[in-house]
Design a protein around this ligand. Structure first.
Ligand code: NDP
Length: 320
């Protein structure tokens, strides 16, 4: 049997590309001198797309591929894929849930502690020789002690963060589109209400149009001057310009960010601020977890082409 043709719009991990090259006819678009002309020449043959966060699988790309059956996304967040459009066309989209949950929750807690206790700034202090020259690092206004943590997006990762935060003695509240059965944490109908009830806000909701800029100036004002905002979800959820102003004006105390609106571009104004901890989207970025994600993505493609079913389809598209 012919190997299925798979479009790979942007680079993926070498171990994934190795399997794609072995089991499929992989069309690596970024290697082509004229990607658009190349895509036109192979469009009829493409039956799958292997995509990652840097590949935009929008309606116009999907509509150029009449025989497309599956978009296998590397990552649990699939806001770079127009899943609703795929759903309407009967194309299945898969993501990589669960296998990264604990890793991302670990990173989220690390980022929260770094932010509250100024751990990056104090390390910079030591490396600059200031401990010896100027004495001890100043006491931090921030602490985890007594904090109330509001979680926006109490899903798989949100719950793993909540478990850890409970062990640290934090009180947990949450907001999402609905109150969840069997969850005892207080639920808040709006993000502003959640922020008003807490002093620490953890964003772990998906990106996309529905959540875009939902964390705005009002939410930050509700969080208050002792407020800490951590974003491990998607950069688009926070109004980045409003956040910069809020950090400069002391509307909130500090922020910890793993994700940004226009990655890998991080505004110079954020980089210049000392009350923000900035990570280059490393939430799931260990070899262990990225390999597990790669294996799940490849397993989705394999079961689709061998058995006609996907393992982890997203809710907007057919289950297969
Ligand atoms: P889940 O689907 O399990 O959880 C998402 C949660 O967000 C749900 O509880 C959902 O609750 C809530 N939510 C609020 N608004 C929306 C909306 N408009 N659409 C969908 N859900 C919404 O996902 P995971 O916990 O596995 O992952 C969450 C997100 O974390 C990913 O989408 C991704 O963007 C991000 N992520 C970031 C990583 C990083 O490296 N920084 C790594 C992995 C994931 P309800 O349905 O009640 O609204």
């Amino acid at each position: 049997m012919d190997k299925p043709d798979i479009l790979v719009p942007r680079p993926l991990m070498r171990s994934i590309l190795k399997v794609l090259d072995r089991d499929y006819t992989a069309h690596k678009l970024w290697e082509m001198a004229d990607p658009d002309a190349y895509l036109g020449s192979v469009a009829q043959r493409i039956r799958g797309i292997a995509s990652g966060p840097s590949a935009r699988v929008d309606a116009s790309l999907v509509d150029r591929l009449p025989n497309l059956q599956i978009v296998a996304n590397f990552g649990v967040g699939y806001d770079s894929v127009d899943a609703r459009h795929c759903g309407r066309r009967g194309i299945v989209v898969t993501n990589t849930p669960d296998v990264l949950t604990e890793e991302v929750a670990d990173t989220a807690l690390g980022l929260l502690i770094m932010t509250a206790r100024e751990l990056s700034a104090s390390e910079r202090y030591l490396r600059a020789g200031k401990w010896e020259s100027d004495g001890p690092y100043p006491l931090t206004p921030g602490t985890l002690r007594g904090r109330k943590l509001g979680i926006f997006g109490l899903g798989r990762i949100g719950k793993a963060i909540a478990r850890r935060a409970e062990a640290f003695g934090l009180e947990i509240h949450y907001h999402g589109r609905r109150r969840q059965e069997g969850v005892a944490y207080p639920y808040h109908e709006s993000l502003t209400e959640l922020a008003g009830a807490c002093d620490t806000l953890m964003i772990v909701a998906p990106g996309g149009a529905d959540t875009r800029h939902t964390v705005d100036r009002d939410v930050m004002e509700a969080l208050g001057p002792n407020g800490i905002l951590v974003n491990i979800g998607r950069g688009s959820v926070i109004d980045e310009q409003a956040l910069i102003m809020a950090l400069k004006e002391g509307v909130i105390l500090a922020a910890g960010l793993d994700v940004f609106e226009d990655e890998p571009h991080v505004p110079a104004e954020l980089i210049a601020l000392d009350n923000v901890v900035l990570l280059p989207h490393v939430g799931s970025a260990s070899i262990h977890t990225r390999e597990a994600m790669g294996n799940l993505m490849l397993d989705n493609l394999a079961t689709w082409f061998e058995e006609g079913r996907a393992i982890t389809p997203v809710p907007e598209t057919p289950a297969g």
